[in-house]
Structures are given as C-alpha cells and as structure tokens.
Write a protein that binds this ligand. Structure first.
Ligand code: SME
Length: 161
C-alpha cells in the first residue's frame, strides 16, 4: 500500500505518467474486457505514482456508482447520482480536482485519512460516462493540473483496444 508522505514535483509527475502510459498500453492492449482494463490501469497507476493513497474506479450500474477495481483501503460500495466528489464527476461529466476534501460540500469520507482527491469521468466510445476514476491523496493539494491532464489523457484512450 502506498503511504505517500511527499508529492512529486511537476516534472517528476510527468516522467512517472509517461512510464504509466507505456505500461498501461502494454498491459491493456487488445484486452476487450472493460473490467480487466480498469484493473490494469489502477494497478499501474497505484504502483507507480507515490502520491496515490487510494486509486480506483466506480462503475455506473443500476443508477448508482458501484465500486470497481481499486487499490488501497476498503472503499465505499455505492455512491448516488451527484453525491460526493465522485457523484459530482458523474453528474456533471467534468473532472473534479479537490485540494481539500473537507472544504468540498458533501464529500464522502470512506477513509478519514484522505485529504485531497481527483475524480475523472471515464466515457465509452459513444461518449457516455460509464465510470469514474477516483484518486485520493494523504496530503492537502496532492493533485494539480498535471494529474488532471495526464489522467484525462489516459482515460481518453482507455476505451481503445
Ligand atoms: N471521497 C469520495 C468517495 C470515494 S472514496 O474516496 C474511495 C467522494 O466524495 O465521492
């Protein structure tokens, strides 16, 4: 499990994400099963990025977000439409970059140690949001525009097999 005590610099993040993109490409290339691709993406990101404390997908299923592949401490099982940071990413279709989760109205605290968070919608080939990728950090402001941009780029191509 990552115990992130420090956050990489922007240049370090770029280098780590470049490695992650390469490994994810190798791991999920040609894999048609979406759940398998999610599991691979989560494992690579969580293993490489030292500021990732909790890394996982929630899938849109039966009108809720339902926990999918993740790494970290036990996550909340279901999240409703518009609820918390994840539900907001789903409802708005926009990435949510939250420097201080305690300042986010309605934040859902699955693990009280989470201090900051970035959540990104993951779309299918038709543009529908089918999941969100949620990453939590242990320190305030662990994530910035570099994380948002890099993770959006990974998710933009995640549907390609
Ligand atoms: N904090 C999230 C809930 C998911 S956990 O962080 C794993 C939220 O407010 O949506």
């Amino acid at each position: 499990m990552n115990i992130p005590t420090s956050v990489p610099t922007a240049a370090e993040k770029r280098a780590l994400y470049a490695q992650a993109r390469q490994r994810i490409g190798t791991l999920v290339a040609g894999e048609p099963d979406r759940l398998a691709r999610m599991a691979g993406i989560v494992a690579v990101l969580h293993g490489l990025l030292p500021h990732f404390y909790w890394t996982g997908f929630y899938r849109v299923s039966g009108g809720s977000l339902v926990i999918g592949p993740y790494q970290g401490t036990p996550g909340c099982g279901r999240i409703g439409w518009g609820r918390g940071v994840c539900g907001s990413a789903w409802a708005t279709g926009q990435s949510q970059l939250v420097a201080d989760v305690h300042a986010f109205p309605g934040h859902i605290a699955c693990d009280a140690r989470s201090a900051s968070e970035v959540v990104l919608p993951a779309r299918d080939a038709c543009g529908r949001v089918v999941a969100v990728l949620d990453v939590d950090g242990l320190v305030t402001g662990a994530f910035d525009e570099v994380d948002r941009e890099e993770l959006e780029a990974i998710l933009a191509s995640w549907g390609e097999v």
